[in-house]
Design a protein around this ligand. Structure first.
Ligand SMILES: Cc1ncc(COP(=O)(O)O)c(C=O)c1O
Length: 352
């Protein structure tokens, strides 16, 4: 337990619980059988999300992983590849789904903080591998970047990638699980981000605070295909207007407040410059290089956890802390105190 009896659960922004207003919206949602296309609340959510992102159509999905994997399947089939950075959620944290379900291979490059490196992506891609090399079907971009530390991808880079890939017939899938955070932090319109990709997945169940749900948007033709793939994978859902209502409520009432999460994460980042460059804390995710302060990441996370600050070791060097709806100012101050103390404990003393 924390010294002040506080527990800040910063393991992920998926931990949020539905707010009262959201629960009321769920209670009164109109529903129907969505496999028949008869759930009006789902249809509204799909249309609204597609409109926001400047695409023709949307499809409600149970998870971000399914939205990503069906999105990728629209670009690539067995024996083709997708490429992305080495920390991309699609490549690293979806348990090999592209290979397991779609026979898609992957290649990646090392990217500092998950930042999109267009020149490297262009070097890695193989538009037409012929009979000798795997052909690249799609580049995946994550915005904001989870394991990179909430990194925002600059719009000009996204636009350039889009232009260059389009010229050679390669697709772009945007894993926009936290695209909302990029939009709120930069003021860039969601549709401007949306215009940089053929397929975009967004999550309602992260910082937005819905209990479940993602939406995949793309052209009407691709989404019709995605509907078949979703059913085939067992993702056809019935009266899920209850869940879509939570998503619609989140978009209407809990989008702008993401800025509070960003401010809190940044304020803690300023206290621990030995473990993170405070200028790089752009949104709601703080990734600390605790190894630089002498800590193995798992041990650091266990130690601060005993003091009431719960995080997640993303590898042996780094500990991740994610701000969200259920973390307030008091918890944030407590987090700063605990992290500062813990980092100091391993710092070598002055040379004797
Ligand atoms: C960037 C990113 N994409 C996709 C996902 C997958 O979402 P889900 O857990 O709903 O499958 C996550 C989950 O944390 C994520 O961070």
């Amino acid at each position: 337990m924390g010294g002040k009896g506080l527990v800040a659960d910063l393991r992920s922004d998926t931990l949020t619980r539905p707010t009262r207003g959201m629960r009321e919206a769920m209670l009164t949602a109109e529903v129907g059988d969505d496999v028949y296309g008869e759930d009006p609340t789902v249809v509204e959510l799909e249309e609204e999300t597609a409109r926001l992102l400047g695409h023709e159509a949307g499809l409600f999905m149970p998870t971000g992983s399914m939205a990503n994997q069906i999105g990728l399947r629209l670009h690539a089939g067995p024996g083709q590849e997708i490429i992305g950075d080495h920390l991309a959620h699609v490549l690293r944290a979806e348990l090999g789904a592209a290979a397991a379900y779609s026979g898609i291979t992957t290649r990646s490059w090392i990217a500092e903080r998950g930042r999109l490196d267009v020149d490297t992506a262009l070097r890695v891609m193989v538009p037409d591998g012929g009979a000798h090399q795997v052909s690249t079907a799609c580049v995946v971009v994550e915005n904001t970047h989870n394991f990179g530390g909430g990194t925002i991808q600059p719009l000009p880079d996204l636009q350039r990638l889009r232009r260059e890939t389009q010229a050679v017939g390669i697709g772009v899938h945007l894993d926009g699980a936290r695209l909302w955070n990029a939009h709120v932090a930069t003021g860039v319109a969601l549709a401007d981000y949306g215009a940089c990709a053929d397929t975009v997945s967004v999550c309602l169940s992260k910082g937005l605070g819905a209990p479940v749900g993602s939406v995949l948007v793309s052209s009407a033709e691709r989404i019709a295909q995605a509907r078949i793939l979703r059913k085939r994978m067992g993702g056809g859902m019935r009266q899920v207007g209850l869940l879509a209502a939570a998503g619609r409520y989140a978009l209407a009432h809990q989008l702008e407040r993401l800025a509070e999460d960003h401010a809190r994460a940044a304020s803690v980042g300023r206290h621990v410059p030995e473990a993170v460059d405070p200028g790089t804390v752009e949104t709601n995710i703080l990734v600390l290089d605790v190894a630089a302060a002498g800590w193995p990441a798992a041990e650091f996370v266990a130690t601060v956890g005993e003091r009431g600050v719960l995080g997640y070791p993303t590898d042996t060097r780094h500990a991740r802390f994610v701000w969200h709806l259920d973390v307030d100012d008091a918890m944030t101050e407590h987090t700063a105190d605990v992290l500062v103390d813990a980092l100091r404990e391993r710092r070598p003393g002055p040379a004797s």
